[in-house]
Write a protein of this length. Sequence first.
Length: 131
Amino acid sequence: MLQILHKDKFSEMLFDEQKGIFYHHVFPETDRMEEEEYKTMISTWRDAVLEKKARLVLVNALNFLFPMTPELQEWSTNMAKEANQDRTAFVMPQEFIAGLAIEQFIDEANAVDSQTSYFATIEEAEKWLLS
């Protein structure tokens, strides 16, 4: 059963205790997001992952439309390191520039001891996380 941890106009965060997967679904409204709102979203994400002691994280970034600056990517990488998850699966569109920014962020985050991979569907991401 999915437990709703947080929901606002930009995203929702859920935890499936049975599967042990923390889900972060990002909404198209991120195209109107300000930098401080982005930082709040990521801080909330990190805190929720830590609170649930989630080892498996699935980020559905298909609708992530906020362009990140290199400085914000670095800040995001540091936040991801603090979350301390084992495996992270990103579901993302390859054709969006915002998706490229996410890839750059993930590449930097790979310096962390967690495994990260990209998928086209939530189902593929879940299968990898649970393997």
